[in-house]
Design a protein around this ligand. Structure first.
Ligand SMILES: [Ca+2]
Ligand SMILES: [Ca+2]
Length: 292
């Protein structure tokens, strides 16, 4: 199957934008939430960014805005749900026929010894009461620290992540950036990770497999949501922290593997660079006028 002209042209435009703006952001990623616009201690649910949940009381305790546990001062989401609760976002649909990329950051506290939850794109919710159930995930990444494993689902079952080495179980006390790419044409998905001791973006493998089959959402299904589900072993007060959700609903084949998260340091350098260029141009203009 070939690349459509529209996608090819957009790819060229994205590359051009990359030159013009020094790759500060990929043009195709849309920010879902960075949790900076809320008050700490409140919940993002129902505040316009598309988050929903089957938590019934005290939403901010189950899914609330908190300060970065790593101490950066950045605002993040603290996810603290027990089975059978979920949190989902439904503002960014991947229509069947598209390649979608979900990017987010995740942090597991070192003290969370039991952690059992799944993350990924889903189609319909088929659980009791219309809730998200484990089988609904098309692209399930499972933090199964009850069994001390980080797992992916590949068509027939869960398999432990073996590459990059040491990522399973997800080491605590570090932020990781995750790229989850769902190809709804082939109903397969791929996963990339960066952070902690993995300084370079690395493709995740389970044994020799790096392209995994969808679990749910196969066939002509659109991927209507992405979310997090507490599995059977998940207890209370075993949170994970999440930040910087971005979605590209129409990625190029292979997914959008750029990093749209602004880095304060490089933005500052860019600003200083622009100021220096402006100062030089003013000086040159002034000299020209003197000479003229
Ligand atoms: Ca943030
Ligand atoms: Ca499909």
């Amino acid at each position: 199957m070939g690349i459509s002209f529209a996608r090819f042209r957009r790819g060229v435009l994205a590359t051009t934008a990359c030159f013009a703006f020094a790759c500060v952001a990929n043009a195709d990623f849309v920010l879902v939430d960075d949790f900076e616009s809320y008050a700490v201690g409140t919940t993002p649910v129902g505040q316009g960014s598309g988050w929903s949940t089957n938590l019934t009381t005290n939403l901010a305790h189950g899914f609330g805005v908190a300060l970065d546990p790593a101490g950066s001062g950045n605002q993040v989401a603290r996810l603290n749900i027990e089975n059978p609760r979920y949190v989902a976002n439904s503002n960014h649909v991947i229509p069947d026929g598209n390649v979608g990329t979900l990017l987010f950051q995740i942090y597991r506290p070192e003290t969370s010894s039991v952690l059992d939850m799944a993350a990924g794109f889903t189609a319909e919710f088929t659980g009791t009461n219309g809730w998200l159930s484990a089988g609904d995930f098309a692209t399930p990444l499972r933090i199964n620290n009850n069994a001390d494993l980080l797992q992916i689902y590949d068509s027939n079952g869960f398999a432990e992540v073996t590459e990059p080495e040491g990522l399973s179980p997800l080491p605590g006390g570090e932020w990781y950036t995750v790229w989850m790419v769902a190809d709804t044409n082939t109903d397969t998905w791929t996963l990339y990770v960066e952070g902690g001791e993995y300084e370079e973006q690395t493709q995740v493998q389970a044994g020799s497999i790096s392209e995994f089959g969808f679990r749910g959402g196969t066939g002509a299904a659109d991927l209507l949501h992405f979310g997090f589900l507490a599995n059977a072993s998940q207890g209370a007060n075993m949170p994970v922290y999440l930040d910087n959700f971005y979605v590209d609903t129409d990625s190029m084949p292979g997914g959008n593997l750029s990093n749209p998260i602004p880095e304060p340091a490089s933005l500052m350098l860019l600003g200083l660079g622009s100021l220096a260029m402006l100062a030089r141009r003013r000086k040159t203009t002034a000299e020209d006028e003197t000479l003229g």
